[in-house]
Design a protein around this ligand. Structure first.
Ligand code: FES
Length: 518
């Protein structure tokens, strides 16, 4: 099994072995493109550029698939979360057409890669159903359907659904798709290496120096590149894109059904937040994958409750035999409804970013790869302007881009926190966590299952918001821009790229005695 940025285990993660790179990186070489991030966006971009004759190096801080690619529910849609009527309103009718064309091309790219590289990842074209359950939803559904039909998507009105939900109106969209995202990116990774590309895992980028060439400082030494692509879900550092993307958590279950009534389609209701369903076969076993209960990262007190709500909802509509997997993952909603793909705001022309994919990360990853490839190859297309991250208007008084100071100030360095005092203050049961006030300081405490107390400074290393505890994932999550840290403060998710400050707890003899007698 591979690691993910979470303590829950996804269906994909639980059914795959760690990827073993076969090529060695050359510290003396100058790579044409250094790609940071080993998810679907990074690997697709790397493969396209390597095949176009560029020498590419992909750096991944953990293992490939560690981020949202390992936690997505992997729907491949041309009917998007931002509907075509919204895109027409926010941008233009022509732009809506361009988006439709781009996401169609992205699904075709996935299908072609699967065929070319014989990737066994359960890819299937399938129908999708979107249904309304009241008058207001029906009105909204008709607008969505009309705009999608104008973009050439095949849509038909339905009088039944492949699931037992009450509905007032339902449409079927053809030519949507699904697959196993980790099996797919493993195939991409092998194809990339076969084409001469290099993947380095467990290699965290610490800092970049952009002079004539880009010097990339990492935990495994320095690499040099002509271009750098941040495919890290949201880029590290402090950038305008962080102010234009809102982080959300989404929850998923993979369940086995007692009556084999697995729907052979993608299914969506229109509740707020909406629920989504589909079926996937892995190793001969069928699973119903259900998702929903989305909320802004760091804005929910009890994330375990989200799983309970989702499970209750699924049990209401399906005969559940067993809940085999439950997991959550993150996505970023862009302010104007379209992703930010291209030159990173405030950076030189050879620094690229792809972020803000909303709930359509699997298709926008392919769009991002094609847009960035074309820019780097000097092929200028209309999509370059449409998705340009610099379409964001600068915010008054905001410095466009601030690079990190590699030496994070250790605010509490040398200070000892007495365990017995903190224990008294927090009153934690094993597995619980809390931020407490101690001696004029805020202290984030977690008691592990063995009863050991762990203390970190709750100030996020990105832009200094205070992190909160995510009970479901046992992580410290930042409500501002979605950085996440494990219980010991280790950074799991950008935009932070430094761990939370670890606080030293003292256990003197009286502390120990007190704990023994408690
Ligand atoms: Fe920006 Fe924490 S993620 S302040």
């Amino acid at each position: 099994m591979i690691q993910r940025d979470a303590s829950t285990i996804s269906l994909w993660q639980g059914n795959i072995e760690p990827f073993q790179p076969t090529m060695m990186a050359d510290h003396n070489a100058t790579y044409d493109v250094v790609i940071v991030g080993g998810g679907i966006t990074g690997l697709t971009t790397a493969l396209l550029l390597q095949e176009a004759g560029k020498r590419c190096l992909l750096l991944e801080a953990n293992n490939i698939g560690f981020g949202t690619t390992g936690g997505t529910t992997a729907h491949l849609n041309t009917v998007l979360d931002t509907s075509y009527d919204q895109i027409s309103t926010n941008f233009s009718k022509e732009d809506a057409g361009l988006v439709r064309e781009s996401v169609g091309a992205a699904i075709s790219l996935i299908q072609q890669n699967i065929e070319r590289f014989s990737i066994d990842c359960g890819f299937d074209y399938t129908d999708a159903y979107l249904f309304a359950q009241d008058e207001k939803q029906t009105e909204a559904l008709d607008i969505i359907a009309k705009a999608a039909r104008e973009e050439g998507i095949n849509i038909t009105l339905q009088d039944h659904l492949p699931v037992s939900f009450h509905f007032t109106k339902a449409y079927k969209f053809t030519n949507q798709a699904k697959f196993n995202p980790l099996a797919y990116i493993y195939g991409l990774a092998r194809a990339f290496e076969h084409a001469g590309g290099v993947i380095v895992q467990d290699c965290r980028v610490i800092e970049i120096h952009n002079t004539r060439h880009i010097k990339v400082d990492t935990t495994l030494g320095e690499f040099t590149g002509m271009n750098i692509v941040y495919a890290t879900h949201i880029p590290p550092g402090i950038n305008l894109v962080h102010l234009r993307c809102i982080p959300y958590r989404s929850y998923a279950l993979a369940v086995r059904l007692a009556d084999n009534s697995y729907p052979d389609a993608l299914i969506y209701d229109m509740q707020e937040p909406y629920h989504y369903f589909r079926t996937q076969v892995i190793d001969g076993k069928k699973y119903l994958i259900a998702g929903g209960e989305d909320h802004q990262t760091g804005h929910h007190e009890n994330t375990e409750q989200c799983f309970r709500n989702l499970e209750a909802f699924v049990r209401e509509h399906f005969k559940v035999k067993s809940v085999d997997y439950k997991w959550s993952s993150q996505y970023y909603e862009p302010a104007d409804g379209l992703p930010y793909i291209g030159n990173m705001p405030g950076q030189p022309d050879n620094v690229y970013v792809a972020t803000g994919f909303g709930g359509n990360g699997m298709v926008y990853s392919g769009v991002a790869a094609m847009v960035i490839r074309n820019i780097i190859l000097g092929k200028h297309r209309a999509t370059e302007k449409l998705f340009n991250p610099n379409r964001i208007k600068p915010v008054a008084g905001f410095t466009n881009f601030v690079t990190h100071n590699a030496d994070v100030v250790k605010l509490f360095f040398g200070k000892l926190f007495p365990a017995h005092k903190l224990t008294e203050l927090a009153e934690l049961a094993p597995g619980e966590a809390r931020v407490v006030n101690y001696d004029g300081h805020r202290v984030a405490l977690y008691k592990d299952e063995a009863g050991m107390l762990h203390a970190v400074n709750p100030v996020c290393t990105h832009m200094k918001c205070e992190v909160g505890w995510n009970t479901a994932e046992k992580s410290w999550d930042c409500p501002c821009h979605g950085a996440r840290f494990d219980a010991a403060g280790r950074c799991l998710h950008t935009p932070a790229d430094r761990d939370l400050e670890h606080l030293d707890i003292t256990h003197d003899l009286s502390d120990v005695e007190e704990q023994v007698h408690r």
